[in-house]
Write a protein that binds this ligand. Structure first.
Ligand code: MSS
Length: 366
């Protein structure tokens, strides 16, 4: 079990035992801490900041936070208080860092070596972006992307493009996107993007802009470094550039959460193998489990409730294990018949690891 640093101040309310603190900007949920419920409790949810978060004073009066809406016929700034009167939708969605599973790349890409814990299933409430855009006259001609900008202050003397957290996603993502002020039934905490966060269901973590201060409908992608050359499927050894695929929609993926520890010692007898499975923008149809490293598979049961296509499904399979060593694996299939990949696609930053083989868990039964 990896060692952990103390919780940083802005996450002091979190459950220390459930998390691996890699740095003050990167906290990972332990595989064994996901629990058996479909929703990931806020105090166990991973944290990832590309730059340090803003001052906690921004969440003192959430209703006063403002966001500039641009690229619509009637652009304007709106406070959270005003947004609350413009529409309301609640969506359960998987939030997963693009680098979740990076720790399994043998090439050891730079960046946090997350294994399975840079993810969670969260309930968001806020105004649908499509209703907001419509209320402001709709997007202007020629719009191709929805671009969100984070509310971090840009330090003096650095090139703003190098630190700005600004991401563009295809405009179609607007249909499901929210500007959310509530997470799991409480005001969004600073660590997760309060007072107001852009939620793009089915899209990788980085696209879900925290403390959003500008939402723009744009003809071009942002030229911030985080968009232009980072978070791309960059071939190993090459530099990132805008021609490489951007990290947008998440792929079909699952992993086992119980047993929850690599090399776990278990007693012979009956055990429940549990885990989570999701398909990005597509619902999961089924999950198979293997106890022999993928040689043979058995269909697991999907546990309720089904919180919609962007949420993850829990799965469970009871197995009788005799003494010996086992490799537990899970493999999800989405409603379009897309089966979770066996192997990761190599890329220089270790993004999008959906390999079931990498996520398999060796255990010992005695
Ligand atoms: N936003 C902002 N503003 N800033 C930052 O830094 N990050 C990203 C997102 N958003 C950021 C933002 C990332 S990168 C991620 S994952 C996410 O977020 C996380 O979340 P949480 O809440 O968990 O912390 Mo990777 O792909």
């Amino acid at each position: 079990v990896p060692a952990s640093k103390p919780l940083p101040q802005y996450t002091a309310w979190k459950e220390a035992d459930a998390l691996i603190v890699h740095s003050s900007n990167t906290l990972e949920t332990r595989r064994s801490a996901y629990g058996s419920g479909v929703i990931t409790p806020a105090d166990r949810l991973f944290v990832r900041n590309n730059v340090p978060p803003p001052d906690p004073s921004i969440v003192a009066d959430p209703d006063a936070w403002t966001v500039a809406i641009e690229g619509v016929k009637n652009p304007r700034s709106l406070s959270v208080a005003e947004l609350k009167g413009m529409g309301l939708e609640t969506t359960a969605a998987v939030l997963q860092c693009s680098g979740n599973g990076r720790g399994f790349f043998p090439s050891k890409p730079s960046g946090t070596p997350w294994t399975v814990g840079a993810a969670g299933c969260v309930i968001w409430s806020g105004v649908p972006v499509r209703s907001l855009a419509q209320a402001l006259g709709g997007p202007v001609e020629g719009v191709v992307y929805m671009t969100g900008t984070g509310g971090e202050a840009i330090p003096q003397g650095v090139d703003p493009k190098s630190v700005l957290v600004e991401r563009s996603v295809p405009i179609k993502a607007m249909e499901d996107a929210l500007l959310a002020w509530e997470m799991n039934g409480e005001p969004v905490p600073l660590a997760h993007g309060g007072p107001l966060r852009l939620v793009v269901p089915g899209y990788s973590g980085v696209n879900n802009i925290k403390y959003i201060k500008r939402l723009a409908f744009t003809p071009k992608q942002s030229d911030a470094r985080i968009m232009e050359s980072r978070y791309r499927m960059t071939p190993p050894g090459e530099k990132g550039n805008p021609n490489q695929a951007s990290i947008w929609e998440m792929g079909v993926k699952s992993w086992i959460t119980s047993p929850g520890t690599d090399g776990e010692q278990m007693k012979a007898g009956r055990h429940m193998i549990e885990g989570v499975a999701f398909g990005g923008t597509n619902a999961v149809k089924s999950v198979e489990v293997s106890v022999d490293g993928g040689r043979t598979w058995q269909e697991a049961r999907l546990v309720g409730p089904d919180l919609g296509r962007f949420a993850w499904r829990q799965f469970a399979l009871p197995v009788d294990l005799r003494p010996g060593s086992y490799v537990l694996a899970s493999r999800a299939t989405d409603v379009n018949g897309k089966v979770q990949d066996e192997l990761r696609i190599d890329n220089s930053a270790g993004y999008n690891n959906t390999s079931w083989r990498d996520h398999a868990l060796p255990v010992m039964v005695a």
